[in-house]
Design a protein around this ligand. Structure first.
Ligand code: MSP
Length: 527
């Protein structure tokens, strides 16, 4: 794999925009978390980042949910969209913008893109007759449906209905070969690999023209009036509308605006595996047809199960990210979600695994490393950064291992291999604990005080570098680690990776950064 080895200049990354038919769940938190970690990493790395998230507020699914809540769609979406903004604050997400598809800037972009496609003859008026699944907001061919005891269903299990209505179509059928050539020329466009193959075989099996407007309901962006065959009864298909958000947020159709000029096309669309087809097939086809540059990459991550079970509202096992944060704390949750499974695969959430990660990786490994190093320094070096002597081979090895993390974690994160980046960090944590045991500074204190100072200096420096590199994943904990080794606020970016702690700097009294998770019952028993 060709991993980029140096910092990138600009990076526009997006989450899917979330349907406002329901309150946020773990899937929403997960997708945005992955983007947040990458955005934070890149900003610390000196990259100019634009990180977008938002809400998808049109379509039948949302219209129905509003009706069920007895509210007008706009009032309903105002209310539910706010929950997603609140989640972003609670999860400590650093999105640069939050787009709502009910905003006028978005209407302007959708209508401009539509007009451009219409002018190029890529959209035409016809009539749709076929299956539609409201839950997925997707059309399905008869051949894709599955027979169940309760009738025909979408391959996702969603209910389908037969739809007959006038509709505008996008000439998707003419884009198959161009898409295949594009995938071929850009092998990293769809990730991970296994998903890429899925998309390729879908496109190879032949594409149908895509219905891109609806007339049977009205909650959407109106098709621009005054077009040949134009009809203001048409509203845009919700996926045409939704995908365009990535352009709207950069001020499109103003292609001379600073945001558009700096950031289009996106470097990365992060999506869940269920919505890959929309991003990897329809979206690049719309863009190519409009003669606009195409995104660099679409990464489809896997799905979480809960204690081995598929997550569903009917099973009542939906994981509320706010409850997770209240139970385990924010940084441990952020860490767990990206460490527990290989990013891209499906994975299981379990309380036992969560507690194991907190107590082993965070409390025992990283927490304990910082705690023992810093308390030895507090006790033996007058609470200041010790003065090192000449470094031994082992010291260099330790320092080099920590220093190498900057590039290796960047390479992993830029491939969205978040788990791999974290594994590399923890390899260094484990190596540092081993180094402490091997060097035994508590013995050196009596036998060779100067050598003890060197060892503690090396360790304090490793703690500093670990503090820097964990910031994107665990921002508050990274900050606390850096506070502990008295790193100035202005010296916490990755440009400071190669600087060194200054001997003699006063350190604050050591404080635990990663508490162990103790069940309430045990806590009660212990007190
Ligand atoms: N509105 C569309 C996206 C339009 S983007 C132009 C949409 N919205 S959604 O609210 O349904 O998106 C949910 C996101 O959460 C998707 O990326 C989906 O893959 C993800 N997840 C939903 N359930 C999930 C899990 N159980 N686990 C992980 N992610 C899951 O689709």
């Amino acid at each position: 794999m060709t991993a980029p080895q140096s910092a990138v200049a600009r990076y526009y990354l997006t989450t899917p925009i979330y349907y406002v038919n329901d309150k946020p769940h773990i899937g929403h938190a997960y997708t945005t978390l992955a983007c947040d970690v990458l955005a934070r990493f890149l900003r610390l790395d000196g990259t100019q980042v634009h990180f977008l998230t938002g809400t998808d507020e049109h379509g039948q699914k949302v219209e129905k949910s509003a009706a069920a809540a007895g509210m007008e769609p706009k009032a309903f979406t105002d209310k539910v969209s706010q929950n997603f903004r609140d989640l972003a604050v609670r999860m400590n997400f650093t999105n640069d913008d939050f787009i709502r598809t009910t905003e006028s800037r978005h209407y302007a972009a959708c209508q401009a893109l539509w007009t451009r496609l219409m002018d190029k003859g890529e959209i035409y008026l016809g009539a749709y007759e076929g299956w539609y699944a409201i839950r997925d907001e997707a059309y399905y061919a008869e051949s894709e449906l599955i027979d169940t005891p309760t009738g025909k269903k979408a391959p996702t299990g969603a209910e389908v209905e037969w739809v007959t209505e006038p509709s505008y179509f996008f000439r998707l059928s003419t884009w198959g070969d161009k898409l295949l050539a594009f995938y071929e020329a850009n092998p990293d466009f769809i990730a991970p690999r296994s998903r890429r193959n899925e998309v390729l075989s879908f496109v190879k099996s032949g594409l149908q023209d895509l219905s891109v407007s609806r007339t049977s309901f009205s909650w959407g962006v109106p098709v621009p009036k005054g077009l040949e065959g134009g009809d203001d009864k048409h509203i845009m298909y919700v996926w045409f509308d939704a995908l365009t958000n990535y352009l709207s947020a950069l001020g499109y159709p103003d292609e001379n605006g600073a945001l558009y000029k700096d950031f289009w096309p996106p470097a990365l669309h992060m999506v869940g595996k269920d919505i890959l087809r929309f991003h990897a097939v329809f979206w690049p086809a719309f863009l190519m047809a409009a003669d606009l540059p195409v995104p660099g990459r679409v990464f489809a991550h896997g799905w979480w199960t809960n204690e081995g079970q598929k997550i569903s509202k009917s099973l009542g096992n939906v994981i509320d990210p706010l409850v997770l944060i209240d139970t385990y704390g924010l940084d441990p949750v952020r860490y767990f979600l990206l460490r527990e499974i290989s990013f891209g695969n499906d994975g299981d959430f379990s309380h036992a695994q969560m507690v194991k990660r907190i107590n082993t990786d965070l409390a025992n490994d990283l927490g304990n490393l910082a705690q023992r190093v810093l308390s030895m320094i507090a006790k033996n070096c007058g609470g200041t950064v010790p003065t090192p002597g000449a470094f031994t081979e082992a010291d260099h090895e330790m320092l080099n291992a920590a220093a190498a993390l900057h590039d290796s974690v960047r390479a992993s994160f830029l491939e969205q291999a978040f788990h791999r980046g974290l594994e590399a960090i923890w390899d260094v944590v484990v190596a540092a604990n081993r180094y402490v045991d091997q060097q035994a500074p508590w013995t050196l204190r009596k036998t060779d005080f100067a050598r003890m100072e060197t060892v503690l200096y090396v360790l304090a420096e490793v703690v500093r570098q670990l503090g820097l590199i964990v910031q994107p994943v665990m921002p508050a904990s990274g900050e606390k680690l850096l506070d502990q080794v008295a790193v100035a606020q202005g010296a916490r970016s990755f440009a400071d990776y190669t600087s060194r702690l200054v001997p003699g700097t006063a350190l604050p009294a050591p404080q635990g950064v990663f508490p162990r998770w103790v069940a309430e019952a045990e806590e009660g028993a212990a007190s």
